[in-house]
Design a protein around this ligand. Sequence first.
Ligand SMILES: Nc1ncnc2c1ncn2[C@@H]1O[C@H](COP(=O)(O)OP(=O)(O)OP(=O)(O)O)[C@@H](O)[C@H]1O
Ligand SMILES: [Mg+2]
Length: 325
Amino acid sequence: MSNQNVRQTEATPVVDLFGIEAPKKVTAEKFADDQNLHIPKRDEHYVFRKEFVREVLAYIQKPHNDAMLAFGHTGTGKSSGFNQLLARLNYPTEEVTCMEDMRFTDLLGQFVLKAKSPGEVPQMTWVDGPLTRAARYGHALIINEWDLMEPGELAGLNDLLDGRPLMIAQNGGEVIDPHPDFRLFATGNSAGSGDEMGHYQAVKTQNLAAMDRYRVIEVDYPEPEVEMNILARVAPKLNPELRDGMVKVANEIRTLFKGENPEAQIGITMSTRVLRRWAMLTLDFKGAKNASGYALDIALLRRADKEEREAVSRICKDVFGDLWS
Ligand SMILES: Nc1ncnc2c1ncn2[C@@H]1O[C@H](COP(=O)(O)OP(=O)(O)OP(=O)(O)O)[C@@H](O)[C@H]1O
Ligand SMILES: [Mg+2]
C-alpha cells in the first residue's frame, strides 16, 4: 500500500507567495519541507496571473477527483504556470512531456536490469514511472503536450480520476491507493479537439469521456502589463521604450498568427519565451548595429519564411519608428 504520511503545511499569504494583489488574510497552504528534491526549480523572474493562481489553488485545495488541463498557444505560460506555482508551494512534482508513441504503461513504470548492490548479479527490478511515483508519494504530476498521446492511452488515467486505486498489472498486480496529495495537471495546445488551425500538426482529438474528468483553463499570452513586468525583470538594463515596443510587436505578430486579421496570416508566433529571449539577446549584442533587429533575427526570424520576415519587419518599423535603424 502507499505511504499516506500527512505533510506539514504553513498557511502563507498568497500576496507573499505569488506577488498578486490579494488581502493578507487570503492564504494558501505551503509545504513546510522545502528540501524535497522533487520541488521544481524556481524562476525568480516569473510573473503570476491572478485568475490562473486562483483556479489552480482551488484545485489543489479541493481536487474532487478531477484533473486540471491548461490549454493554449505555444509559449503562453501553461507548463511554467503550473511548475512555478507548485515550486512556490514546495510541492514535490513530476513533469513529463508526451511524444506521439508514448504509452500509458510508460507513465506507470518498467522493469530494468539492476544489481541490488555492486558485485551482485543484476536482476529484473520494477522502477516506478512518473504517474506511479506521484500517486505513491503524493506528488503533483504535470503531463505536458498531453494531446500528443493517443486517446486510448490517455484513457488509462480514467480509473484513477474516478477515485479508484492505481493497479499495476505488470508489477504483480500491485494496487496503490493514491496519496491524498496526488494531483494531476496536463498541458496542451488544444482542449482535446484536435488541431483546428493547422499550427499543431501532431495533436490528436481526445476522447469525450476522458475530457469529462478535467477542469480546463485557457491560457492566452499575458496582458501587456504582465509582459512589461516580465521584461523589466529579465532585462532591467534595456531602454524601457524598447521593452514597451517589443511587447507591442509581440502582440501584433500574435494577431496575425491567430488569424484575427483576415488580410494576413503567418505561421510563426512570438511566445513569451521568444520575447524574453529577444530582450536578453538585445542586451547581449548591445554593441552590434541595430542590436534589437539582430537579436530578433536570432530569437525568431531565422526560422520564418520570406513573407513572414517581411510582415514582422513592417510591424517593427511601425512600432519602433526611429528606434528601428
Ligand atoms: N508569466 C510569466 N513570467 C515569466 N516568464 C514567463 C511567463 N510565462 C511564460 N514565460 C516564459 O516563457 C517560457 C515558456 O513558457 P511555458 O513553457 O510555460 O509555455 P507553454 O505554454 O507550456 O508552451 P508550449 O505549448 O510550447 O509547451 C517560460 O519558460 C518562461 O521563460
Ligand atoms: Mg509547455
